[in-house]
Ligand binder design. Structure first.
Ligand code: FAD
Length: 531
């Protein structure tokens, strides 16, 4: 180890950022260099694009994140045109489909909505910021409860968790009251209808500054802090390989996408946090190919609908003055008029679902003006029941050395199927979404199951496990089996079947991995001094 231990981090999303933060705050002599394939979108690196007020600026930032599908930005880099998918509901703004159909596209006919973001901050620059805690069997059973509690609380601190966001919104309160009338008696104590925890900082005008990777990086990107002097973020720098010798990672081969220059960057520790498809792809391309690599792919499936809130029920619960005050508050922040985020969390044995209920002034699609619910003065809710997918070795991504993708990596094929294990819960979730909708108002969109891949929460492809038995890629501290100084991070580590938004859980797992690395760096230093 060099006298200044160097940590190379691949990917600048919330997980790479959590590694950087914990390592630099706890290892006083370490240096961290973070490599990000995409461009920096905002003056503050990794900020949520939802915080950009100007609609043109926001649209530009989203387009710049779309890798092979980002029109003008793509052309400026000399990358040949692919298929532009902006506006298709399967590629949410700021993301790009993996199976985009153009030259070098992945193959994912059974997982067609799989998407990624390529920019500083990763998907964390575009996310909804919902951060519920995993519960019951969603948690990792080989981490004990006391440690888990500490990891999750630390992760909530890094993400600036708000447990009662918009709790004083009268519309949000009315929605909770109606859902509670319908479901309250069936739900266990502590897992009833509640506000959805989110990541961000509430402002005095009632709006939110949404969290991004910048929130997690904190002092690392503040001028003049001791941590910022030891932190470097290189955007538009693609990591092509993790280099290694005899079970030891030695650094990364990088390509500067501006100059096309390829070079070797030596490192004492390598952390790969490049999302649930591109991290396993990078390991594969580097010749690191554990049996479980890319296997056991899960997501949570979503049954969604949109409902117009009922005039009679809402006016019985909200006075005209309260409603007028809420509208006035929202009008101050027209760029992001979020008013209420509610949920029913996962609980076992009887409610293995998580319902997310997002209030919206307008439906997410054009509603025919002749529809009786068009222009509903109380607004609408978009809601979705998350349904778990049970991990199977058959589901996953494979890589083909003989066919390169648009970046020159072994191309991906994703194979995935829902089975009889999921069907009863999908049926039950559909029945529940009908009950929830009927309790709140009139359906303006029929409940429907979104195409595979739509959740954007892809898990399992780098799963962690308690033993090196071929069913996991990483050990309980996120180290790739057989490599003490090669760590993987992200939703791909999650080995359980779950229904919640996974980023909080993945940050908690990253905190554990980072703390172990800090211990290893300290031990190596002691050994070096002794020599
Ligand atoms: P990412 O954020 O995906 O970052 C990975 C980064 O690695 C990318 O920037 C990528 O460009 C970079 N990279 C890839 N390959 C390379 C390479 N070879 N070299 C260099 N860099 C590379 N999650 C929740 O928990 N709650 C939500 O409400 C929620 N809502 C979402 C809404 C949207 C629209 C989207 C897009 C996502 C949402 N998510 C949500 C998911 C959440 O954003 C991710 O869980 C989170 O960003 C994962 O963090 P990460 O750091 O592991 O990966």
């Amino acid at each position: 180890m060099s006298s200044t231990p160097t940590v190379a981090i691949v990917g600048s999303g919330p997980i790479g950022s959590a590694y950087a933060r914990v390592i630099l705050e706890s290892s006083p002599d370490a240096r961290v260099v973070m490599f990000e394939a995409g461009p920096q979108l905002t003056a503050v690196p990794g900020e949520s694009v939802r915080n950009i007020a100007d609609p043109d600026e926001k649209a530009r930032a989203r387009e710049m994140s779309q890798g092979p599908q980002s029109g003008a930005f793509r052309e400026s880099l000399g990358i040949p045109a692919g298929v532009v998918v902006e506006g298709m509901f399967t590629a949410r703004q700021g993301t790009h489909l993996l199976d985009f159909g153009g030259p070098g596209s992945a193959h994912a006919p059974t997982f067609p909505a799989a998407a990624a973001a390529t920019n500083v901050g990763g998907q964390g620059a575009h996310w909804t910021c919902a951060i519920p805690r995993p519960a019951f069997s969603e948690k990792v059973d080989f981490i004990d409860d006391a440690e888990w509690e500490d990891l999750i609380s630390t992760a909530e601190g890094l993400l600036h968790a708000q447990h009662a966001a918009f709790a004083d919104s009268p519309i949000g309160t009315a929605i909770r009251s109606l859902l509670n009338d319908e479901f309250g008696a069936e739900l266990p104590a502590g897992y009833g209808v509640s506000t959805l925890p989110v990541a961000g900082d509430p402002q005095s005008d009632g709006s939110m500054v949404w969290a991004g990777a910048n929130t997690v990086l904190g002092p690392l990107i503040e001028e003049g802090t001791p941590e910022s002097a030891r932190f470097e973020l290189r955007d538009l720098t693609l990591v092509r390989r993790v280099e290694h010798e005899d079970g030891v990672a030695t650094g990364v081969t990088i390509e500067d996408l501006r100059t096309k220059e390829v070079s070797f960057f030596p490192a004492d520790v390598v952390v790969v946090a490049a999302d649930a498809f591109r991290s396993p792809q990078l390991l594969w391309a580097s010749g690191i190919r554990p049996r479980a690599l890319g296997r056991y792919l899960t997501e949570h499936h979503v049954v969604i609908t949109t409902v117009a809130l009922d005039e009679e029920r809402m006016s019985a619960l909200i006075t005209d003055d309260e409603f007028a005050a809420e509208l006035a508050r929202r009008a101050q922040n027209a760029a992001d008029p979020v008013a209420a985020v509610n949920r029913i969390p996962f609980s076992e044995p009887d409610h293995p679902y998580s319902l997310q209920v997002m209030y919206a002034e307008n439906p997410p699609f054009q509603l025919d003006p002749s529809h009786p619910a068009a222009g509903n003065r109380w607004g609408y809710v978009n809601m979705g029941y998350g349904v778990r997918k049970h991990p199977r070795v058959e589901d996953g991504v494979t890589f083909d050395d003989a066919e390169l993708d648009y970046r020159g990596f072994p191309n991906m094929t994703i194979e995935y199927a829902l089975t009889d294990a999921e069907q009863p819960e999908l049926d039950e979730a559909t029945a529940r979404v009908r009950r929830a909708g009927a309790a709140l108002g009139t359906f303006v969109a029929e409940p429907r199951l979104l195409p595979n891949g739509s959740s954007l929460h892809y898990m399992g492809t780098l799963r962690m496990g308690p033993a090196d038995d071929g069913t996991s890629v990483a050990d309980p501290y996120s180290r790739v089996w057989g490599y003490d100084n090669l760590v993987v991070g992200g939703n791909a580590l999650i080995p359980t079947a779950n229904t919640m938004n996974p980023t909080l859980m993945s940050v908690a797992i990253a905190v554990r991995g980072a703390r172990k690395l800090v211990e290893q760096l300290a031990a190596a230093r002691v050994e070096q001094v002794a020599r």
